[in-house]
Design a protein around this ligand. Sequence first.
Ligand SMILES: Cc1cc2nc3c(=O)[nH]c(=O)nc-3n(C[C@H](O)[C@H](O)[C@H](O)COP(=O)(O)OP(=O)(O)OC[C@H]3O[C@@H](n4cnc5c(N)ncnc54)[C@H](O)[C@@H]3O)c2cc1C
Length: 315
Amino acid sequence: MNKNEDNTLRYFQQELGDGITREISLSDYTRVGVGGKAKYFYVSSTIDDLTNAIGTAFSLGVPYQVVGEGNDIVPSDAGYEGLIVKNVSSNIVFSPDMSEVVVDSGVGLSRLINLAASRDMGGLEFLAGMPGTVGGAVYGNYGVGDYALGDYVKSATVLMERQGELIIGNFPGKWMNFGPSTSKLKETTSKFRPVILTVRLQLARRRKDEILSLIQDSLLARQAESVGDQRAIRNFFKQPSGKNYPPIDHLLNEAGVRRVRIGGAGVSKRNLNAIINLKNATSSDVWEVAQRIKELVAERFGFALEERVEYLGKW
Ligand SMILES: Cc1cc2nc3c(=O)[nH]c(=O)nc-3n(C[C@H](O)[C@H](O)[C@H](O)COP(=O)(O)OP(=O)(O)OC[C@H]3O[C@@H](n4cnc5c(N)ncnc54)[C@H](O)[C@@H]3O)c2cc1C
């Protein structure tokens, strides 16, 4: 550790306590199990912790990124030269009169859906059984068929940079500019990325037994696409829009991606839009598999697929 890094660590410790650590392997924090080390790493259990960690990184000029359950990220083998904050904030406040909930961005979707069901509040059953935090899912406008989480977002509090200062704003759902698998936040190129703190969601009054039956339907519908317990990244590429393209799994099948395997990573046989860590895969293996898939699709159909998932760090 050089003197600069030493001072930075000391400042982080002063602000965040001993919870701040160095050189933590990100492969333990991604579902696909790949990735180098984060220079600084911190787990935030509350929204205050999260705000404080981001504020400290911002004042030090250290790049940062918040992660939830790590289903949608591929950190570089070279690691991340900044602060990774794993967000496990967990507060949920239901307002049955308004059929609304205000939820911390670190809350898991399944926990939210189950707690809402026990209060006769539904609406999000289409997300049943899906992994991920509210923050990650809102950021990527998690969607299934005709339903997307963005349609249920009434407002969100967001920590963001404005004219050199960090501010917390409360913005209506419209401000997020949700699109298929994307949002205004995902499109931001700023070094200091906006962070979702809490989200107000519109739910619907519904009987618990009805909700449980809808949850069951969603779980059954998803079974066919399941990759089981394998370390994988699901929905790797976006469904191409326009030109009435067929569903992406048909495109991938037609392009012949089924047998693509490079190093320890390969395409899932059960779900062609998933890349699996077959054996000791590196991030580069995953990246190369993705590039090969893109080549095959471009050769067959003449257009470039776009990743839905994100590569983190230097590539
Ligand atoms: C089995 C399975 C099925 C799936 N099915 C679907 C599906 O049907 N439809 C679909 O759309 N997706 C699907 N997904 C993908 C799903 O969208 C993501 O897994 C999940 O929503 C991402 O949440 P996460 O907490 O894992 O995010 P992470 O992977 O941790 O983060 C993803 C991105 O969100 C950002 N982020 C996370 N939290 C915040 C925050 N608080 N503020 C700002 N940015 C933040 C991160 O920086 C990162 O860029 C599926 C995934 C799996 C594994």
